[in-house]
Every structure is written in structure tokens, then in C-alpha cells.
Ligand binder design. Structure first.
Ligand SMILES: [Fe+2]
Length: 409
């Protein structure tokens, strides 16, 4: 059926797929339009004629009915809007000049309510410019009075065809949007899985480091927490926080390559052994640097034993040549080493660690970082002293970042 019920509540577009189109035979000379549908008749189409002149309404109704259309004819815009509210209509031909509400005003209202309805504006010979103006305002075409049957049919044909193409384009756009949304969700899920896999792998690596160096149970996890807390006080960005967390978490990964005889040697190391032990920073860097999203974290792994005065290793960097993350880590590493139990001594009081850090400001540590550390209340640190939680580092980080966005640590 050609007609579609159109009332105010029903704002669905007309289904032009049901129009009586048929495909013309393929012509290689005009191949680009070979598949265009062509309107062959208007049987079943509902036309609304709006004209204050009874004679004009009658002529147009005769023309339309001869073409197989069903017509309603009304003398003004208000009556037309009433018809649209209560009856199915597929196309409107409205006179431009009508007393009261003009054809242009009717066009504006129709376009506001029924964007997909075919609308042709009928003008006098003197009103051609206004007819063009009406097309700019949303009319599909304009007709010049006195109306000729061929011109009316051709104009209607073009307008219905245009609406058909618009509908096709809209369907295509909607399908495209839906596909993009579906693919985006799939991509986000896949990225989430990859990220989770990385976090699980990093968790396992960090746990392996702590297991390897039996004297420092939970050390990697704690230095992550100490370090992040200082960087948060320094207004570190999310990226800086993440890099520091990963760098601190993996800082001693190079120790996996150090022989047990050296790593676990109870007594002092020989010069040669110490050299091998120091190589863990470079080995760790080379391991982590292979992972694209850990390149910045790898710099912290490489420089985590550098000292502010240049007496550290492996490169003997000085001052701000040492990455900020590594300068923060250095303080965290010392605090944790002093406040944790070791096989050869019990954990030292937190105050001792504070004094030692303060004493070495500007020598081993960046004074600015030391100030940040000393200005953080003791009760903030207490929960982390000697903590040996086995919580996954990814979960710990999620908690840190969550708290970072709102309340205190
Ligand atoms: Fe180390």
C-alpha cells in the first residue's frame, strides 16, 4: 500500500521502499543511473491539495485522480494541518499565496513535524523567485501555474524518487553507525582483555622478583605504594603515576639474572661480585624496554640506583638528569628497607627512616622529593610499613588511582 498513516504522534518516516517503483533496463551509456527506480504510476498515493482558489483545487484534483491518486483538497494551511493530524498523506501540493497562513508558513510547519513528507509549492509566473526560495526552505520542487499534468507528474516523480534516495541514505548511515558502535565495543573488550593479560603477567613478574630475593618479602609492592603517594602529593599526572608504579614494581627484575651465589650471599661481595650485582639495573632495563607500553617505566628500572650527587650506578647521573620517578623511588626504597624486617635485624622505627632521609637530602636524594616525603603525616605511612599483602598489584593500583581522584590516599 502506498499510503502511510501520518498523524502528530506518528513521526516515523514514510516507508518509500513501498512506493510503486520499478527498475529500468541497464543501459551502459547511462550506467550511473541504470539502477534508479522509476515511478510508473501513483495508484494508492494520497495527495493533499492546499489552495484558496476552488478552481485551482479542482483542476489539480482532476489531474491527480487521473494519475490514480487519492486526493483531499482544502482551502488553507490550518485545514491542511488538521488533515495531516488525522489522515494518511504522502504528498502535499500547496499554493504559495494564500490568505492567512501562507504556503511558506505551512511549509515550515510541515517540515518541522513531517520531515519526510513530499512537499511541492505551486506559484504564479510572477512568483518563481519565491518558488526557488521555497525549495531552499525545504520544498521538494515548485510548480508554475497554470498547472500542466505532465509537469505535475514529473515533479511528483522526482520528489518521491528523492525521498526514496534520502531514505536509502539514512538507512545506510544508521547501519554504518550501528556497525561502528559494535566494532568499537568489540575493540574495547579486546583491549581490556589484552590489558588484563599484561597486568596478570606483571603481577607474576613482580611476585617472582620478591620470591627470588627472599629477604624482601612484599618489598616491590610496598615501594609502589610509597612512591605513588609521594608523586600524587606532587600532582603527578595519571601517565606519570602509571609509569612510576610499573617502574617501581619491576625495579629489581634484573635480579632474576643474578646467580644465587651472589644474590643470596650472606657475607660481603667481592669487587667482581658487586659489579655483577650492579648489572641488574641494566639487565632489568633491557628486559622491560622491549615492551612498548613500559618504555618509560624501563627508564626508572635503569636509574633506580642513581644518586642525586652522582655517586650511584650504572651511569652516575646527577641531579635532575635522573628521571623524577627514579628520584622518588630512591626515597621510597630506602624508607622501605629501613622499616622492614631483615634476616639480620628487625624493622627500624619510621622516625629513624625520616631522619636518615633528611640527612641525605641533596646528597643521595632530591631535596624537593625529601620535603614532600617529610611533609606527609606519619599516620599516612603507618599502614604500609612492613606490609606483606599479597593483593594483586593491579588491584592495588586501581585502589590508589580511585582514591587519588577523590579523597585522601
Ligand atoms: Fe635494585
Amino acid at each position: 500500500m502506498f499510503s502511510v498513516n501520518r498523524n502528530v504522534q506518528d513521526t516515523r518516516p514514510i516507508d518509500y521502499m513501498n512506493l510503486p517503483f520499478k527498475a529500468v533496463a541497464s543501459d551502459p551509456q547511462i550506467d550511473h543511473i541504470a539502477d534508479k527506480p522509476v515511478l510508473t504510476n501513483f495508484h494508492g498515493a494520497r495527495l493533499l491539495i492546499v489552495d484558496d482558489e476552488p478552481a485551482h483545487r479542482k483542476v489539480l484534483a482532476v489531474i491527480a485522480e487521473q494519475a490514480g491518486m487519492t486526493c483531499r483538497a482544502v482551502p488553507g494551511a490550518k485545514e491542511a494541518l488538521n488533515v495531516l493530524q488525522s489522515e494518511p498523506v504522502d504528498a502535499i501540493i500547496a499554493d504559495l499565496n494564500m490568505p492567512g497562513v501562507s504556503g511558506l508558513e505551512l511549509l515550515t510547519e510541515v517540515r518541522r513535524r513531517y520531515a519526510n513528507l513530499v512537499f511541492l509549492m505551486a506559484t504564479g509566473l510572477d512568483d518563481v523567485r519565491l518558488g526557488v526560495h521555497a525549495m531552499r526552505q525545504g520544498a521538494d520542487d515548485y510548480l508554475v501555474k497554470p498547472l500542466q499534468m505532465d509537469a505535475v507528474m514529473l515533479s511528483l516523480d522526482r520528489a518521491f524518487h528523492k525521498k526514496f534516495l534520502e531514505r536509502e541514505l539514512e538507512n545506510y548511515r544508521q547501519n554504518l553507525e550501528r556497525m561502528v558502535c559494535e566494532r568499537t565495543v568489540e575493540l574495547q573488550n579486546a583491549l581490556g582483555q589484552v590489558e588484563q593479560s599484561y597486568e596478570d603477567t606483571l603481577d607474576a613478574l613482580g611476585a617472582a622478583i620478591d620470591l627470588r630475593d627472599g629477604q624482601t618479602a612484599g618489598h616491590s609492592r610496598r615501594v609502589v605504594l610509597w612512591s605513588l603517594h609521594m608523586l600524587m602529593r606532587m600532582q603527578g599526572t595519571h601517565k606519570q603515576l602509571k609509569n612510576l608504579a610499573m617502574g617501581a614494581w619491576l625495579h629489581d627484575i634484573g635480579k632474576l639474572a643474578i646467580p644465587d651465589a651472589i644474590l643470596l650471599k650472606p657475607g660481603p661481595l667481592t669487587t667482581q661480585e658487586w659489579k655483577i650485582m650492579q648489572s641488574h639495573a641494566r639487565i632489568g632495563h633491557d628486559l622491560v624496554n622491549r615492551i612498548p607500553f613500559l618504555v618509560d617505566a624501563a627508564e626508572i628500572v635503569l636509574t633506580h640506583h642513581e644518586r642525586w650527587d652522582g655517586s650511584g650506578y650504572p651511569r652516575g647521573l646527577k641531579g635532575t638528569d635522573i628521571p623524577l620517578g627514579a628520584r622518588i623511588f630512591a626515597v621510597a626504597d630506602t624508607v622501605d628497607a629501613m622499616t622492614s624486617d631483615r634476616p639480620y635485624r628487625a624493622a627500624l622505627p619510621f622516625g629513624n627512616a625520616q631522619n636518615e632521609i633528611e640527612r641525605l637530602a641533596g646528597i643521595q636524594f632530591d631535596s624537593h622529593v625529601v620535603n614532600v616525603f617529610l611533609n606527609i603525616p606519619n599516620e599516612t605511612w603507618e599502614p604500609f610499613c612492613g606490609q606483606t599483602s599479597t593483593m594483586q598489584i593491579s588491584a592495588a593500583l586501581a585502589g590508589v588511582f580511585f582514591k587519588n581522584s577523590g579523597s585522601s590516599f
